[in-house]
Design a protein around this ligand. Structure first.
Ligand SMILES: COc1ccc(-c2nc3ccccc3n2[C@H](C(=O)NC2CCCCC2)C2CCCCC2)c(OC)c1
Length: 233
């Protein structure tokens, strides 16, 4: 049985990505806000657009710290950010949702989200994803690397130099694979399950614009940054 070993370079790569991931956290905690009180559908939509706008800004800062990202062709940098922003947002939401909370808080949070204004048909795929992320009990290193791997997806629309993106994504996949073997020795399939979540994320991408436009309220207003990143307005 070959002894899996994380090299010095891989340790350094992981350290850079995890520190960037932890540095760029959402300013105030949306879960706390949602647990404090019930908001109207309009207030919830505003809260979502505010949180999502700040999350996109945080995502850009995180991405700039991914080794090699800033050396990519500039149009490709934009294509990767635009292509992964919604996935990164749902990945972050899933992590917020599956955080350990005092008894009963997760149920209250789920109820508040169910009643937030989002239409019924999207609840199942969204909560299935949140729960499948929760079941993995991901460490922060795994969360950071998985987010970087999602951003560095070579086959996003309009990416010209896919090989250059693959060359950045592969070392992340290698260190994540080794980390999974070392942290979850009893579960050889754990790495494959993590990557399976990225496939599930892509389906949420597909629903995203409709989730927003079908929010139970009139006159959905978006910030200019969200209009750029989301396919709305
Ligand atoms: C497009 O449709 C939707 C629907 C629900 C969510 C969602 N899922 C959540 C799970 C845990 C906590 C918050 C959650 N949220 C909204 C939010 O604020 N999401 C933030 C986005 C940036 C990263 C941190 C989370 C809430 C939902 C309740 C009403 C107010 C917004 C969502 O987040 C993409 C997008």
């Amino acid at each position: 049985k070959e002894k899996v070993k994380i090299t010095k370079e891989q340790q350094a790569l992981m350290k850079v990505v995890v520190e960037a991931y932890n540095r760029h956290q959402i300013p105030q905690d949306v879960a706390k806000k949602l647990l404090q009180e019930q908001y109207s559908e309009e207030e919830n939509f505003l809260l979502l657009t505010e949180m999502a706008t700040s999350q996109v800004q945080v995502l850009v800062e995180f991405t700039k710290n991914i080794p090699g990202f800033l050396s990519l062709n500039h149009e490709d940098q934009i294509a990767l950010l635009k292509g992964s922003a919604v996935e990164a947002m749902f990945l972050r939401s899933a992590q917020v949702f599956s955080r350990k909370m005092p008894n009963g808080h997760t149920e209250v949070l789920e109820e508040r989200i169910r009643k937030s204004g989002i239409s019924e048909e999207f609840m199942t795929p969204m909560f299935n994803f949140y729960k499948s992320i929760g079941e993995l009990h991901m460490m922060q290193e795994e969360q950071a690397l998985l987010t970087a791997i999602a951003i560095l997806t070579p086959d996003r629309p309009y990416v010209k130099d896919q090989q250059a993106v693959e060359r950045l994504q592969e070392p992340m996949l290698d260190v994540l694979r080794k980390l999974c073997v070392l942290q979850h020795p009893q579960e050889p399939q754990y790495f494959a399950r993590l990557l399976g979540r990225l496939t599930e994320l892509r389906t949420l991408n597909h629903y995203h614009a409709e989730m927003l436009t079908s929010w139970r309220m009139n006159d959905h207003k978006f910030t200019p940054l969200l209009c750029e990143i989301w396919d709305v307005e």
